[in-house]
Design a protein around this ligand. Structure first.
Ligand SMILES: *[C@@H]1O[C@H](CO)[C@@H](O)[C@H](O)[C@H]1NC(C)=O
Ligand SMILES: *[C@@H]1O[C@H](CO)[C@@H](O)[C@H](O)[C@H]1NC(C)=O
Length: 204
């Protein structure tokens, strides 16, 4: 019996299609294989990573976790109620995984932060947006408006902090002398999206 189980596990591991072809959210076809998309695993887990490691065990111990461009087999618990294939995809299992461990499950693209449409005629090529651009003060405003689904900005309604980290210290919103800084850089955290940002260079 155990022997059969081991055989079954190896059968799955060496099968051609590593990502379950019956369950392909956050996957793209790269010409020869289904692989994870750019927005499959670029979010944070809601629960701790260590919790997610345990709650969503790897199908085999040396399997990789989903990451952009790889074809690691998902933890079956991410989308089924069973711990063996074939088990049908289950919407409740998926909802729980998206709400708790979207990164570990390679389901970031289903979280609300990534689940929206980019602007129809974006000013930049959304397909070319990199992780670095999503963090760059130069790019964040335009990406929040034009390519929100690439950076996980869907919940922001275009109101974004230009610099990452304002939310770590909300007291800066009330710090004397930092008014211009927060009006420009921490507009979301400090609730300044309706305030005209100060002119660059000041005196004009
Ligand atoms: C597609 O992805 C597979 C699995 O990661 C990889 O082995 C293969 O080289 C990729 N093909 C192309 C054309 O990128
Ligand atoms: C940007 O997009 C174009 C066309 O969509 C593609 O040919 C090019 O390789 C992309 N560049 C990067 C850095 O991804």
């Amino acid at each position: 019996m155990l022997f059969l189980v081991v055989l079954a596990v190896f059968g799955v591991q060496t099968a051609d299609a590593r990502i379950d072809p019956q369950y392909l959210p956050c996957a793209v076809h790269n010409g020869s294989d289904y692989v994870y998309s750019r927005t499959a695993a670029n979010c944070l887990n809601v629960m701790s990573d260590s919790y997610c490691e345990i709650a969503y065990p790897k199908p085999t111990p040396d399997e990789s976790r989903p990451a952009e461009g790889n074809d690691a087999q998902r933890s079956l618990m991410c989308y089924t109620l069973g711990d063996a294939t074939p088990a049908p995809a289950n919407a409740d299992a998926e909802s729980v995984a998206v709400a708790s461990c979207p990164k570990t499950c390679g389901l970031c693209c289903l979280t609300s932060a990534y689940k929206c449409n980019n602007r129809v005629a974006p000013r930049v090529n959304c397909a070319n947006v990199s992780k670095a651009m999503c963090l760059s003060p130069i790019w964040r405003q335009i990406l929040a408006e034009d390519c929100p689904a690439e950076c996980g900005f869907c919940d922001l309604n275009g109101c974004i902090d230009l610099v990452v980290g304002c939310e770590n210290d909300p007291m800066i919103c009330y710090t004397a002398g930092l008014e211009d800084f927060v009006n420009t850089n921490c507009r979301r955290t400090c609730n300044k999206c309706n305030v005209q940002p100060p002119c660059p260079g000041g005196g004009r």
